[in-house]
Design a protein around this ligand. Sequence first.
Ligand code: P1T
Length: 347
Amino acid sequence: MQDDLGQHKGYEYARTGNPTRTAMEQCLAELEGARYALGFASGMAAIATTMYLLKQGDHVVAGDDAYGGTYRLFTRVLSQYGLEFTFTDLTDLQKTKAALRPNTRMIWLETPTNPLLKIFDIAGIARLAAQMPTRPIVVVDNTFASPYLQQPLALGADLVVHSTTKYIGGHSDVIGGAVIMNDEELHRRLKFLQNAAGAVPGPHDAWLTLRGMKTLALRMDQHGRNALAVARFLEDHPQVTRVIYPGLESHPQHELAQKQMRNFGGMVSFEVQGGAEAARAVVTHTRLFALAESLGGVESLIEMPAAMTHLSVQGSPLEVPAGLIRLSVGIEDEQDLIEDLAMALAR
Ligand code: P1T
């Protein structure tokens, strides 16, 4: 109810704002050490709304490994509205610089990336952007790290995006997204877009997300410990041909990950002898690791990106190996997880 025409009590309409969403947004901002956060109905809704900052003719440089849904939005939806995308290996700052054009308005990256767990140098990329006369906005999708492990704004990024469905929610029971920032002008524009486009979370989703965030630190510590143990186990397994985990000394950006992150997170990718067929046998024979899309919940999940989460990058420069297996290592007992994988690999 309003006191008078144009005089409301802080909340005029629930798409524009509601008190539970405000509490969630304040908590998200604090976790990222930021001034502002905006809640969305999903990670994709947060990403789509962020892209409304751009206009026809603008160019985006994006990392060459990313969530399949993000790639699909960029190439099959937004390209129809006159946005141009170049996907580049952002681990190479020379290549990144070479990809920038006079009309580049945004650099988009995940780190660690989904599903190849590449680590990009946020501070280095932000410095590069700052040197450009056009000052492209640097956006970091911080979903895989969570704000407990990595704070991109402190490293010079302009915007942080999250699928709060994942580690922030933490219990695989809510879909949500967020955009987080310090810049007042970006906040003003995105708050307008949040309301104008309307892809907002309901209060119950905001409440579940708030509830999940209370244990973020405890969960992330356990995810990191378990994932490192699982990665070491896989690295020593004779049937495993490749293990990708930023916490292993064999990871090409291990040192950068050490510098940029508190621990190395809960995601591990690997390949086995025998390719996609052998991989299929592994992902269908674990008992504790559930065969499922998504990640970041307390329970361990296993999947094959090429056939599941990353179907939309098939045949593109972002294509992932057909036999790649991705683990979202949960917070269960470390030995139980290792035994489960040992059993599935022995079949
Ligand atoms: O699912 P949604 O909340 O809309 O979030 C999309 C999204 C955005 N960014 C990253 C890095 C993501 O991994 C995701 C969603 N990813 C999965 C569902 C998955 O299994 O990889």
